[in-house]
Design a protein around this ligand. Structure first.
Ligand SMILES: Cc1ncc(COP(=O)(O)O)c(C=O)c1O
Length: 418
């Protein structure tokens, strides 16, 4: 078989499995109507968006737009080079300082995305020295079994032997403790890594317990245990002031990774930590050293957003999001829907249970003018197929009521509701 035939066969396999991703919905624009969150325009029709990571509804906020426009006018449209050549602009430095301050850390570092951040941070923490091209086989990585793909790839790229990569059962921190205990003294360094919020079900890792367990084994390994948390879905959306799962659990990890592309309504990824860690990462991170940072406009929007979220106005968005989540859950339960997990995050997973029914339900919702994401095996456990609804502070009570009514009609039509 030729390469083209092999690729064709793979595409056919994906299509027949019903997991095609390339037929993407194209938003031609947005409709902004009083009393509603912005709606997507698709083939001339308006759709309510219930599957966006823009949890605070900030992507159309005037403050962010102004920040973006001013930075773009001042610094141009692109960074011009990677950071260490000539691509470090004042707006990048201001954004990094604002992120560090927001998370009560000494230093911050911005990447093109959270994916690129995790890839770099994890492999750099696994490696022995910045200049090492050989991976240290003295490092043990311990990771939650449902961690995001960027964490998995960050571990993979470090090319550790299998016995140096151990996985604990999802959210089972006693299993995490067991692994550390069984490996006491066997490795020089441990890298413990987890998502903050898990985006399929909206669950959170108990970071207080995670960090406490990690630190209780600090002395059992020559270089200790370093904790890395990717809280891309939590920051902005979780915790009283939007500082994520760390805030919610009163915890503090060694390296906190986030994105500007979800709750903050802009784009790009970042890590915050103490100065030494960040200095080291600037010397060692391949996706930072050899790849452009975010554009000046995006950095300007991100900076405006971090300041906004940290203000009295920002707090109102967070409160509105939390009120919307509670209202949605209550109304959907009253309407007879079941949830795949009891999430208090903006990710609200409706349990449908069966893949064809799930697909039909998502389609029926779409015909009603609502977009939510259909998640089926292997993304979720077989038989636990779900419709992932994502709530935003931009949703109005009317949007939520209209979603619930549409879901009831779609549910009756497709047999999801009796
Ligand atoms: C835990 C986690 N990390 C990283 C990302 C990717 O973020 P970005 O789009 O900034 O690369 C996601 C997005 O789904 C995520 O859930």
């Amino acid at each position: 078989m030729s390469l083209r035939e092999t690729l064709q066969a793979e595409l056919a396999r994906v299509d027949s499995a019903g997991t095609t991703k390339r037929e993407e919905l194209v938003f031609e624009g947005f409709s902004h109507e009083a009393g509603h969150a912005p709606k997507a325009l698709i083939k001339g029709k308006k759709y309510s968006i219930f599957n966006s990571n823009d949890y605070l509804g900030l992507r159309f906020h005037e403050t962010l737009r102004k920040g973006e426009e001013e930075a773009s006018r001042h610094f141009g449209t692109g960074p011009g080079a990677v950071r260490f050549i000539s691509g470090t602009l004042k707006v990048h430095k201001e954004l990094e300082s604002a992120l560090a301050a927001f998370h009560h850390r000494e230093s911050g570092m911005v990447f093109s995305s959270a994916f690129a951040t995790s890839m770099a941070v994890i492999q750099c923490m696994i490696k022995g020295q910045a200049k090492d091209t050989k991976v240290s086989d003295n490092t043990l990585v311990v990771s939650d079994e449902l961690n995001h793909r960027c964490i998995i790839d960050g571990i993979r790229v470090a090319n550790l032997p299998k016995e140096n990569r151990l996985v604990f059962k999802h959210l089972d921190l006693e299993d995490f403790r067991r692994i550390l205990d069984e490996n006491k003294g066997k490795f020089k360094r441990v890298v413990a890594v987890t998502d903050g919020i898990f985006s399929m079900l909206g669950e959170y890792q108990d970071l207080k317990k995670f960090c406490d367990i990690a630190k209780s084994f600090e002395k059992e390994f020559e270089e200790g245990v370093v904790t890395i948390v990717d809280d891309s879905h939590g920051i902005g959306a979780f915790g009283k002031s939007g500082r994520g799962v760390e805030e919610f659990c009163s915890a503090r990890c060694d390296l906190l990774i986030g994105t500007l592309g979800k709750g903050f309504g802009a784009d790009g990824g970042y890590v915050v930590s103490d100065k030494l860690m960040i200095d080291y990462l600037r010397e060692a991170s391949p996706t930072y050293i050899y790849s452009n940072s975010i554009s000046p406009g995006t950095a300007g929007a991100g900076l405006a957003s971090v300041k906004l979220v940290d203000s009295a106005e920002g707090k109102k968005f967070i409160e509105k999001l939390h009120a919307n989540i509670a209202s949605f859950k209550k109304k959907m339960k009253e309407a007879g829907f079941a949830f795949a997990a009891d999430s208090i995050h903006a990710v609200q997973p409706l349990l449908i249970g069966e893949s064809v029914k799930c697909r039909n339900f998502a389609k029926a919702l779409f015909e009603e003018g609502f977009i939510a994401t259909n998640l089926s095996y292997p993304v979720v456990t077989a038989g636990r197929d779900e419709i992932r609804v994502q709530i935003s502070a931009a949703h109005t009570e009317k949007d939520i009521e209209e979603f619930v009514s549409a879901a009831v009609r779609a549910g009756k039509k497709t047999g999801v509701l009796g």
